[in-house]
Design a protein around this ligand. Structure first.
Ligand code: AMP
Length: 438
């Protein structure tokens, strides 16, 4: 079905065509007409399915045609809540892209950066506000945002927001919104908590389920190598070099493990950087930009840090260690093979991880092929970094330069547990140039 059949107007179709999208993804085909009708939606869709456009396109269309129904001029009409700053920035960028030919403004606010530019942006007037919950509440407390005009609320990746402990903040935000509004809830999983939230939030929602979580990324070629813990590093280096992998996202379970592995890869002559919750926002943004650009070949990440990352056509994901929570496996491999592109997800599984592998298989309801480990000659690591570590903005690419957050950066081998990100360091998305009317 072409996009035109979804009833979208010419300005949106033009922006979609400029993105090279040939046809709507399943979530878009189902959600766009329903949102345009003004209905509440409960959508089961994980990242990579095109869910952002599924809510952004109809919201843009509704607002471009419909005069505001409540609130003061300049107050936001739609609020999109996201769990992470990265996702907020991506959603904001997507809305800007899809709305490029419409006279609507989008602003992104998240914590950890100077609040004043955000206040100025809000003061100038905004139609769609994308926010992380903590900073939004800061704005509300300082009366720099007026939420009385919200006509549409989107909870994006609601399950992750709950995982990260945002339920209280979400409830506080809900209390600030007008009662009459359209609610869209997007979640990759349907936990009991999500169902409870949906029950209190949604009014006769349209239920949309695209890819069951267990159907995770059908286009991802998954395999397992049985590798002893102490042999994983050498084998990973072998995989990267023998396979000539140029862009690999590697997951470790701990921040410490992410740092150490990135350092070892650098010592093996492979440009690598680590991102995790102890990194400053600027370090994370820089590492991600370098990875997307190709100057960093391997990005080593913890689960939390990788949330919301949108890297187009990421070819390889490696589970250096399996996650403790099987759903995280699905999130991890969802980073590759996005929007129908082929991708590979390789898991290095040690003897101590059998139970975790079993849990993942049970969740996926399928086996993951176990491939024989080929013989290879381990590479000798340089004692010191062979090349100057790739770090345009900091001396060591694997070490964050920001202030450590609540968990100390020296803390060894702690699991990176989800928690509210109130004092994290997000950054405001650059505004479009002055003079552009959006
Ligand atoms: P999302 O699930 O919203 O994070 O989107 C995942 C990726 O799919 C993004 O890089 C989008 O640019 C891309 N995308 C969204 N809609 C389409 C479409 N209809 N056709 C092809 N790619 C798309």
């Amino acid at each position: 079905m072409p996009f035109a059949q979804l009833g979208l107007e010419a300005e949106l179709l033009r922006a979609i065509a400029a993105q090279g999208y040939a046809r709507p993804t399943p979530i878009q085909a189902q959600a766009v007409p329903v949102v345009l009708q003004g209905r509440d939606v409960l959508a089961g869709a994980q990242t990579g399915t095109g869910k952002t456009a599924a809510f952004a396109l109809p919201i843009l269309q509704l607002f471009s045609r419909r005069p505001r129904t409540q609130g003061k001029a300049g107050a936001p009409r739609a609020l999109v809540l996201t769990p992470t700053r990265e996702l907020a920035a991506q959603v904001g960028a997507s809305i800007d892209t899809y709305g490029a030919h419409l006279d609507l403004r989008c602003t992104v606010v998240f914590g950890g950066v100077n609040i004043n530019p955000q206040k100025s942006a809000l003061q100038r007037g905004v139609d769609i506000l994308v926010a992380t919950p903590g900073r939004l509440l800061d704005h509300a407390a300082q009366r720099s945002v007026d939420l009385s005009g919200i006509e549409i609320l989107v909870l994006d990746e609601a399950d992750r927001m709950l995982d990260m402990g945002f339920i209280h903040d979400i409830r506080k935000v809900l209390a600030l919104l007008p009662g009459r509004r359209q609610n869209l809830l997007f979640s990759a999983t349907y936990t009991k908590d999500i169902r409870r939230l949906a029950d209190t939030l949604l009014h006769q929602p349209a239920l949309i389920e695209v890819a069951r979580r267990s159907a995770a990324a059908e286009s991802v070629d998954q395999c397992v190598y049985r590798v002893r813990k102490d042999a994983k590093r050498d084998f990973l280096i072998h995989l990267i070099e023998a396979g000539q992998w140029h862009q690999v996202l590697v997951f470790t379970r701990t921040k410490h493990g992410a740092n150490r592995l990135a350092q070892q890869l650098v010592r093996a002559g492979i440009q690598a950087a680590a991102i995790h919750g102890n990194k400053s926002q600027s370090a994370r943004t820089a590492a991600l930009a370098d990875f997307k650009r190709g100057s960093v070949r391997v990005l080593v990440a913890t689960d939390i840090a990788a949330r919301g990352l949108d890297i187009d056509r990421l070819p390889h994901v490696v589970n250096y260690e399996l996650p403790n929570v099987p759903e995280h496996y699905v999130h991890r491999i969802g980073r590759t093979g996005r929007a129908g592109q082929a991708g590979s997800a390789v898991s290095l599984v040690g003897d101590d991880e059998n139970k975790l592998l079993e849990d993942i298989r049970r969740l996926l309801k399928k086996d993951i092929p176990v491939l024989p480990v080929p013989s290879f000659k381990p590479k000798v690591l340089a004692a010191q970094p062979e090349r100057k570590p790739h770090a345009p903005r900091q001396p060591d690419p694997t070490q964050g330069h920001g202030r450590p957050r609540s968990r100390s950066s020296g803390e060894p081998r702690t699991e990176e547990v989800p928690g509210p990100k109130r004092n994290s360091r997000p950054r405001n998305r650059p505004r479009r140039a002055a003079g552009n009317s959006r």
